[in-house]
Design a protein around this ligand. Sequence first.
Ligand SMILES: Cc1ncc(COP(=O)(O)O)c(C=O)c1O
Length: 284
Amino acid sequence: MTTRISLNGDIQPEAHISVFDHGFLFGDSVYEVVSTYKGRLCFVQEHLKRLLNSARAISLEIPLADDAMMREIEKTVEAAGNPESYIRIIVTRGVGEIDIDPESCTRPNVLIFVIHAMPYPKENYTHGIKVALVSIKRNPKEALNPGIKTGNYLNNVLAKMEARQVGAADALMLNPTGQLTECTTSNFFFVCDQRLMTPSLDCGILSGITREVVLRLARENGVLVEEGEWPPEILQNAEEAFITGTIKRVMPVTSLDGRPIGEGKPGPITKMMMRLYEDVLISL
Ligand SMILES: Cc1ncc(COP(=O)(O)O)c(C=O)c1O
């Protein structure tokens, strides 16, 4: 399967970036991941909007307008020619001096990676995955706001390693005040008393594009939805749980810290949201 990378408009099978790029030196970059469904780009306008907002939040000017970025994405996807694509768009601060001050970086680098999308194993959807509540906290909003999708993911890398050590597929993180937030690359939902609940944006999470679609679908289909702030103890009463993300879509979570959630299998609201989300992708 083919990989194509556009580096500032030059599309090649490989790309090289300077070690003086502040994206490499300091994680000073923003990014998005877009997927395709039956070859069509999913929610690309929403991703480009979030990319722009992330860039604005770190005072990084993207050197391409949305329509030029869109054309470059399409060209790179076409050049790769895979049946389904994983597309990673990265804008770095660019090359500068080895100094944390971005003042010396004059030109951001724009990378568009296109690789063949590898689906997650089927069992993740039929049986659900194990998640562990980890000791690593999500960054507080007042520090590196998790609402900004930057290339600085070390916090989440550490959380993922902690989860792996206890045999879980992913980590659920709390914020510094002890409320539930999200997993390392996905948003978290759970069901209590037939209500679909998810940490609010105020908890310090990424406003996931899949999360937004799932919330809309739930409301449109008569599911009671609550966005709020909760300590992890609330999960003792959870009947179901799932995570959402561009590549994962809606993935059931059936075990937390080695204990089953509800009956330990994907529940009816989870299955309904999986189906509704697939229907939206089909209709794009
Ligand atoms: C920390 C975090 N939360 C949530 C998500 C899910 O966001 P989306 O649904 O837009 O892919 C991601 C995706 O990468 C993420 O990194």
